[in-house]
Ligand binder design. Structure first.
Ligand code: ADP
Ligand code: MG
Length: 405
């Protein structure tokens, strides 16, 4: 994998950087600019090199089935507010191209002088983007002398802007590389994929809502890990599969066979909760209780792991040399059910640098940030889905692989 530092000097060259500016917007205002901030080192390096910088990113989704919906999606996912915020952070003007193809886009790119930055409108305004359309890729590639993959969060998608452009440029013998953020992410995530002997015991902790979302992750971790701790709603699918009463807890009926087989194959590797915090309703509950997992009352649902489980999981984590965590332990969005997730953060903090600790996944990373434990981890991935797919696919992502030889 070539990194940005390994490229020849890019002075005066037109460089397309695929960034991840898929920021949360509310009424056109940016609620969290972290993704823009994370892209700055790569952009600033290119400014210093006096390249002509063309930034491309998707924002949200655009549906092309129904014209009314399409217009609505485009309005909602307009990338232009990001240009303003980026200009503030870079302390220099950013040109915004409303056009995503054709003469108008070409015109704006031609106005770029060395060290100047242009942001193109949302790549998903083009129908061909998510289809990795060859015509679109060819056109975009024709505007560039080099390509930098800077969007780890989009590297699991083989789209025109992530895979199409570098494919065309490589065929033309033009340089392609990954930026600083991707380099950092890949370096860290790889340590959870290829774990050296000294990295064991390797303990994975899984939570969140659905087993079905995580089947491939579970299968991959089963091969790599010494222990898999399972909390969150996912645990109830396992308990149901093992014949327990789970009350009104969420479970996936179509995943029971998978969960049962998985548990049996794991031969003691999988550790399930001992106790659970239950409520008589998901919203507007009248009663919250902490009970043993074997004693979930009828009409109650599990909302968080209980204190005995917190201790059990913490004890397992404290033995680890490598930890990968995905999925909150409970409904952490409601303050009554944050304890389990916070206890895990605290255990990782206690573990400190005695282990290599990674948190990956959109909601999990949000929880770590919300509870103030970013520094407790060796690495909190910005990738969401991409970090999980990296585990699933043994370190391979289409947007990264394309950069390699
Ligand atoms: P990530 O985005 O980190 O991969 P998921 O999307 O799989 O994580 O899961 C996050 C969601 O799981 C959160 O919205 C949280 O409320 C939910 N969740 C966790 N535990 C429970 C539970 N016991 N019951 C219902 N939802 C739960
Ligand atoms: Mg999620």
């Amino acid at each position: 994998m070539k990194t940005i530092n390994q490229l020849p000097n890019l002075k005066g060259q037109r460089v397309i950087v695929r960034v991840d500016f898929n920021v949360p917007l509310k009424d056109g205002a940016i609620r969290d600019d972290n993704r823009i901030v994370q892209a700055l080192p790569t952009i600033q390096y290119l400014i210093k090199q006096e390249a002509k910088i063309i930034l491309m990113s998707h924002l949200g989704k655009v549906d092309f089935k129904d014209p009314v919906q399409t217009a609505d999606d485009m309005k909602k996912n307009n990338l232009s507010p990001v240009a303003g915020r980026l200009a503030e952070l870079l302390k220099q003007p950013v040109t915004f191209s409303d056009a995503t193809r054709g003469d108008k886009l070409k015109f704006w790119i031609n106005t770029l002088e060395n060290g100047q930055v242009l942001l193109m409108q949302n790549t998903r305004y083009e129908k061909g983007e998510t289809k990795n359309d060859p015509e679109l890729s060819k056109e975009w590639a024709s505007y560039a002398d080099a390509f930098i993959m800077g969007a780890f969060g989009s590297a699991h998608r083989a789209h025109a802007s992530t895979v199409g452009i570098p494919t065309v440029l490589k065929e033309q013998g033009k340089p392609v590389a990954v930026g600083y953020l991707v380099e950092k992410e890949v370096k860290n995530m790889t340590k959870c994929v290829d774990v050296k002997p000294e990295g064991h015991p390797y303990v994975a902790l899984l939570g969140g809502l659905k087993v079905s979302d995580k089947i491939k992750v579970i299968e991959s971790l089963m091969k790599k890990c010494d222990k898999i701790l399972i909390g969150g709603a996912m645990a109830f699918t396992f308990y149901k599969a093992l014949g327990h009463n789970v009350g009104t807890s969420p479970f996936e009926a179509d995943q029971l066979d998978f969960a049962k087989k998985c548990y049996e194959d794991a031969k003691g590797k999988i550790v399930l909760p001992l106790d659970v915090v239950v409520a008589d309703a998901y919203d507007g509950w009248k009663e919250i209780r902490t009970v043993l997992i074997s004693q979930i009352p009828d009409g109650f649902m599990g909302m968080d792991i209980g204190p005995k489980t917190e201790k059990l999981f913490a004890a397992e984590l404290l033995k680890a040399h490598t930890v990968f965590w995905n999925g909150p332990m409970g409904v952490f969005e409601k303050k009554e059910f944050t304890n389990g997730t916070i206890a895990i953060c605290q255990a990782v903090k206690t573990l400190g640098r005695k282990a290599f600790t990674v948190c990956g996944g959109g909601d999990s990373a949000a929880a770590v940030k919300q509870f103030g434990y970013m520094d407790a981890f060796s690495h909190v991935s910005t990738g969401g889905g991409a970090s999980l797919e990296m585990i699933e696919n043994d370190g391979h992502l289409p947007g990264i692989d394309v950069i390699g030889d």
